[in-house]
Design a protein around this ligand. Structure first.
Ligand SMILES: Nc1ncnc2c1ncn2[C@@H]1O[C@H](COP(=O)(O)OP(=O)(O)OP(=O)(O)O)[C@@H](O)[C@H]1O
Length: 309
């Protein structure tokens, strides 16, 4: 099962320029969470901070008793093995075929025999629907396939936490729908804690158990999907409805007077109040363990999480 990731009072700046400060949230073990936010608010910086690729000035990120922000390099190497990361572009090696790309972490970090490598690589490629494509080079396949290959590579070390940086970027709506289903199915099969960074409203509304929003250098909200999807917080509503009227402007933020005037003037500013059901695992996979745990954790019947489990 996935592990909890507890972030407390995290602050990051570059050369004195604040990116975000005092970010506190807990990724519940085995649940799927999504982090939203306008471009440039530091979502990728946040993901990198979780695995110690960037070092925030203040705060902690505790994974199984280890503070990623304060531990030594050798401890960091150990804690990173618990993570699988899908980078925005898949980050595949262009000169290696998909098989070797996916095998790479196993050959680097384990003493698996080539037969064991083969078994693991083929099973992960199968999980993401890439059986038969193992001989292809990244340049010979579509963007959606590259994402899935990146996901297969993120899975080979059996991670307890999976971080996905904009898994939907550059994908058409149909491929995005397949990828969303794949993330829910993976969560069902391996019960890993998943954090998705996304701009995609449909993904945000249908995939995660929990949602968070970064804005103006702060985490303005983080909580169960029901709370965020029905939130009356203007910035949350603006983002989840993808409209211009609201506090978020082209260059990230607007002054309050302009935002209020736009809200009053825009007659089409009707928000989507329908709470879309959360995606269910594909037939034959059984229920997601996270759903039951989440009900116990939050003490709620999951009224908007689709059919009863
Ligand atoms: N290594 C770095 N050194 C200096 N500044 C950086 C570094 N990495 C990121 N930044 C800055 O931090 C800010 C946040 O960047 P980040 O990529 O995290 O945003 P984001 O929310 O993921 O954006 P997008 O949604 O457009 O991908 C940007 O202004 C970026 O230029």
């Amino acid at each position: 099962m996935g592990v909890e990731v507890a972030v407390d009072g995290l602050s990051k700046s570059f050369s004195g320029q604040k990116i975000w400060s005092d970010v506190t949230l807990t990724l519940p073990p085995g649940e799927v969470s999504a982090l939203l936010g306008p471009s440039g608010t530091g979502k990728s910086v946040f993901l990198k901070s979780l695995i110690g690729l960037l070092r925030p000035e203040r705060g902690s990120v505790v994974v199984s008793g280890t503070d990623v922000c304060a531990c030594r390099e050798n401890e960091l190497q150990e804690v990173r093995k618990r993570f699988g990361v899908l980078f925005q572009d898949g980050a595949l090696f262009g000169s290696m075929d998909l098989y070797d790309n996916v095998a790479f972490p196993l050959r680097e970090h384990t003493r698996c025999t080539e037969q064991q490598v083969r078994d693991i690589v083929m099973s992960k490629l199968d999980m993401v629907g890439l059986t038969g494509a193992e001989d292809k080079l990244p340049g010979e396949i579509s963007g959606g396939m590259r994402k899935r290959a990146g996901l297969a590579r993120a899975l080979v070390l059996d991670p307890e936490v999976i971080l996905c940086d904009e898994p939907d970027s550059g994908l058409d709506p149909v491929r995005t729908a397949y990828l969303s289903q794949l993330l829910i199915d993976l969560n069902t099969q391996i019960d890993a804690t998943i954090l998705i960074v996304t701009h995609n409203i449909q993904v945000a509304r249908t995939v995660p158990d929990n949602l968070g929003l970064l804005f103006r250098g702060e985490l303005v909200a983080f909580g169960p999907r029901e709370d965020l999807l029905s939130s009356s917080e203007p910035v949350v509503r603006q983002f989840l409805n993808g409209r211009r009227a609201g506090p978020i402007g082209m260059s990230e933020e607007k002054d309050a007077t302009t935002a209020a005037a736009e809200m009053a003037a825009d007659p089409r500013m009707s928000d989507v109040d329908e709470l879309l059901p959360q995606l269910e695992p594909s037939p034959g996979l059984g229920p997601r363990a996270a759903v039951q745990r989440r009900m116990q954790r939050t003490g709620r019947q999951s009224a908007w999480s689709g059919a009863p489990q």
